[in-house]
Write a protein that binds this ligand. Structure first.
Ligand SMILES: Cc1cc2nc3c(=O)[nH]c(=O)nc-3n(C[C@H](O)[C@H](O)[C@H](O)COP(=O)(O)OP(=O)(O)OC[C@H]3O[C@@H](n4cnc5c(N)ncnc54)[C@H](O)[C@@H]3O)c2cc1C
Length: 358
């Protein structure tokens, strides 16, 4: 039996922060946590324990997994991590597993041919499968440089994440004014990390965080949001509240961004970074698998299309949600491969919790 997994999800399972780089909803600089990454392989859990006969093929555009949840700190504080701490070699990580059980393919899935059970990659290579698991996750506008300076909150689709991280670090370190759009966990954490750097460096620079609502961190309870706001103010971050960005355009002549808000305010800066919501990586996924927002439609058993992680229509899109989805997907796959779906599916289901824990 061949399982083909489009993406990194297995790898993320084997990477555990010793202390979390990012705590849900609160800037890590505010908590003072220090991220130390420790690797632990739980691949055997998937293959050996759950589906012993499976041959797993992992398709992904880069040989290196990007530990993106630490990206606010990686980008604001270039000296805190070495690249090998946040870009982890995937084949090496799986090297001690039987080559009959695991196969790594560096490539980008272009189409799924359901009739012939084949995934076609860019460049036309074909990978056959018995079961296909879609775990292609999400990207962000700024990762792809859409209406924002390019800032890789997620892995780059062209596989050039390290180059992009280094360029962004340089841009951020030399900008005099930085406007951050979006006061969710990423925007708040990044503003906190940046302000922490500037406080220590005593540089004359300006950081503005734009929140569309009158609070920050609306995803968590109000007390946490208020605390984050107090700390941001103390660190010297200007928070613009209650108006949303309606346009952001880059003027090449002056090399400045012009940002317009819906209350008529116009701002300008030499660096503008969007941290707004996830965009599904779904170009290779047939339309009938997707909901009207472009996410893969699944039920509580993570079928009819096997899918896991950010790409599924459930919210929230977090690593924690993936940990909760994984046993469900494994049980579904195991049951389907043994022809016992109806019994097993009654037992284990995934129910998303709409709010982030705080
Ligand atoms: C800045 C930031 C900080 C975050 N911090 C936290 C946190 O502290 N805690 C938390 O729980 N969550 C956090 N999250 C959310 C977390 O990153 C996501 O929930 C998680 O990355 C989802 O993992 P995934 O494997 O589903 O998708 P992704 O991490 O998006 O990985 C998908 C992979 O698939 C690849 N891919 C895409 N399309 C194709 C294709 N066609 N063919 C082959 N490969 C493809 C992509 O290149 C990517 O490598 C954060 C997110 C961001 C942006």
């Amino acid at each position: 039996m061949t399982l083909v997994i489009c993406q990194h999800d297995l790898v993320r399972r084997v990477i555990r922060p010793e202390r979390r780089a990012v705590t849900q909803g609160v800037p890590s600089s505010i908590l003072g946590s220090r991220a130390k990454l420790r690797l632990r392989s739980t691949f055997h859990f998937f293959v050996a324990a759950s589906i012993p006969k499976a041959h797993v093929t992992l398709i992904t555009p880069s040989s290196h997994f990007f530990y993106n949840i630490a990206s606010p700190r990686i980008l604001a504080k270039p000296n805190v991590f070495r690249p090998e701490q946040y870009l982890i070699n995937i084949p090496k990580l799986f090297a001690h597993h039987d080559s009959n059980a695991f196969h790594f393919v560096e490539g980008l899935a272009a189409t799924i041919d359901q009739d012939n059970r084949v995934v076609r990659l860019v460049g036309r290579k074909e990978i056959p499968y018995d079961y296909l698991i879609i775990a292609s996750g999400s990207t962000t506008q700024s990762t792809e440089g859409v209406d924002s300076d390019i800032v890789p909150w997620k892995a780059r689709q062209n596989g050039q994440t390290l180059e992009c991280v280094m360029e962004s670090q340089k841009k951020i370190a030399t900008a005099r004014e930085i406007i951050i759009c979006g006061a969710g966990p990423v925007g708040v954490e990044f503003a906190g990390e940046l302000a922490d750097v500037l406080r220590k460096d005593k540089k004359e620079r300006r950081i503005t965080l734009i929140s569309a609502t009158d609070r920050v961190l609306t995803q968590v309870n109000e007390r946490v949001g208020c605390h984050a706001m107090t700390v941001l103010n103390r660190l010297g971050v200007e928070v613009s509240r209650g108006s949303r960005v309606i346009s952001a355009s880059h003027d090449t002549a002056s090399a400045r961004w012009i940002i317009k808000l819906d209350d008529g305010t116009v701002m300008s800066s030499d660096c503008y970074i969007s941290t707004t919501g996830p965009v599904p990586n779904n170009k290779f996924v047939p339309d009938h698998f997707l909901d009207d927002q472009g996410w893969v439609k699944v039920d509580a058993h993570l079928v009819p299309v096997y899918a896991i992680g950010d790409i599924v229509a459930h919210q929230p899109r977090t690593v924690r949600a993936i940990s909760e989805q994984l046993p469900v997907l494994l049980a579904t796959l195991e049951a389907d491969s043994q022809g016992t779906s109806s019994d097993r599916r009654l037992n284990l289901t995934y129910s998303p919790s709409p709010k982030l824990p705080s």
